[in-house]
Design a binder for this molecule. Sequence first.
Ligand code: MN
Length: 236
Amino acid sequence: MDPLQCAADTAGALDSGIAGFLLPELPYALDALAPVIIAETMALHHGKHHSGYVKNLNAALEGQGYTNGDLVNVLKQVKEDVAVRNNGGGHYNHAMFWVTMTPPSKDGAERVVPEPLGDAIRKSFEGGLEQMKSEFGAAAKKRFGSGWAWLGVDPKSKGLKVTSTPNQDNPLMTNIIPQHEQMIPILGLDVWEHAYYLQYKNDRASYIENWWGVVNWDKVNKIYQDAIEDKPYVLN
Ligand code: MN
């Protein structure tokens, strides 16, 4: 093809907003999180569910020129646009979910939470890490239907807290989430049935318990250090 013609086609694609938001690649192989999360679940979850949110988000915001890097602002501003709320949240929540997981350790040993995150957990939860996990697990278990459990930074106190949101809502959605539940999320767990049903069936509790074995605490620690400076995780 004529190179100039090719360039013109590319520019046209960008102008029409087709480029828009992009599905991020997984930072590991589909089977890397097994046996905690099996490859079949990952393939459907990333390749069908997450890609669907990206596609529908692009359709909802067609021609407005947003990209992955602008998604935090989209979440902060969304109010009545249900398609942007559901698919914008869906894109952000999943993109963050993938990067905050890592293959389980070979010997099955639990990973140490690095500093300063470890200290922040001890300060915010009287019983330390176990107390945080217990509160987070309870939030994940009692979320009725579909949604997410979250650990995040309280924007005022800068302490850590736990909450959960329905559907694809995110605690950054200031026009939607009640003020006392707003936070800068640093770790989220997907408790939609599509996240675990192929493997765990109706046993959400086992999925939640096993999932701690694939949490990427190094990454969560980095996200935490930005969050205490009011900088939410930004998608690439
Ligand atoms: Mn999901």
